[in-house]
Design a protein around this ligand. Structure first.
Ligand code: FES
Ligand code: FES
Length: 221
């Protein structure tokens, strides 16, 4: 028969055994042994990042840089070019705050590596307009109060400029019922086209008003 003191003893042995085996696992990594001069050997060093040359244009200006091949377009813009108008929200393709226009198409810059865009032409919010010389979409956002905190706004504006360009080129959206209708613009159309841009402040109706005004289509909002 096993009494409770035996059980405790057994459990204690198991715990001690477990602790020892965990220590044994960790020790080899720490115990690299003394170096020839009697000190401890230096820990293994992290290999340097792999870099490559990237040349492209941003807002009409040519840039050529050595970049870590893992650098996203978003980090290239913000960290290497100091173009901080493009915002980092989720950094995983969910919010649209990082939207920029690359060769005429909008992309989530957090999801795309800079090395994939050698020779590309990128437009960011800074390239659309400037204080005193706003892009019509920027002016419409101001007029219709299409923002509150403003964090999503650069992405919303880049996205809406590119979305209207898609309309001009007759590119249908996922909710286009009639692919031959021109223009392909309705409240549902517009909302679907802008559905990749999230606004935590919920300024959606004002954003749609602004885009509709620039699109020049009455009754779309
Ligand atoms: Fe790129 Fe959110 S930061 S989608
Ligand atoms: Fe605040 Fe859109 S204005 S998140």
């Amino acid at each position: 028969m096993i009494d409770s003191s035996d059980i405790n003893h057994t459990r204690r042995n198991v715990l001690i055994g477990g602790a020892l085996s965990a220590t044994a696992t960790v020790l080899p990594a720490m115990a690299q042994g003394p170096s020839p001069d009697g000190g401890h050997a230096a820990p293994a060093t992290t290999p340097p990042p792999v870099t490559t040359k990237v040349a492209l244009r941003v807002n009409g200006q040519r840039y050529e840089m050595d970049l870590d091949t893992r650098t996203t377009v978003l980090d290239m813009l913000r960290e290497h070019m100091r173009l901080t108008g493009t915002k980092k929200g989720c950094d995983q393709g969910q919010c649209g705050a990082c939207t920029v226009i690359v060769d005429g198409r909008r992309i989530n810059s957090c999801l795309s590596l800079a090395v994939m865009h050698e020779g590309a032409d990128i437009t960011t919010i800074e390239g659309l307009g400037a204080p005193g010389k706003l892009h019509p979409m920027q002016a419409a956002f101001v007029k219709h109060d299409g923002y509150q905190c403003g964090y999503c706004t650069p992405g919303q504006i880049c996205s809406s400029v590119a979305a209207l360009d898609e309309l001009k080129r007759g590119i249908p959206s996922h909710v286009s019922a009639d692919l031959t209708a021109q223009p392909l613009l309705s409240p549902t159309e517009l909302r679907e086209r802008m559905s990749g841009n999230i606004c935590r402040c919920g300024a959606y109706s004002n954003i749609i008003d602004a885009i509709t005004e620039v699109a020049g289509v009455k009754g779309a909002a």
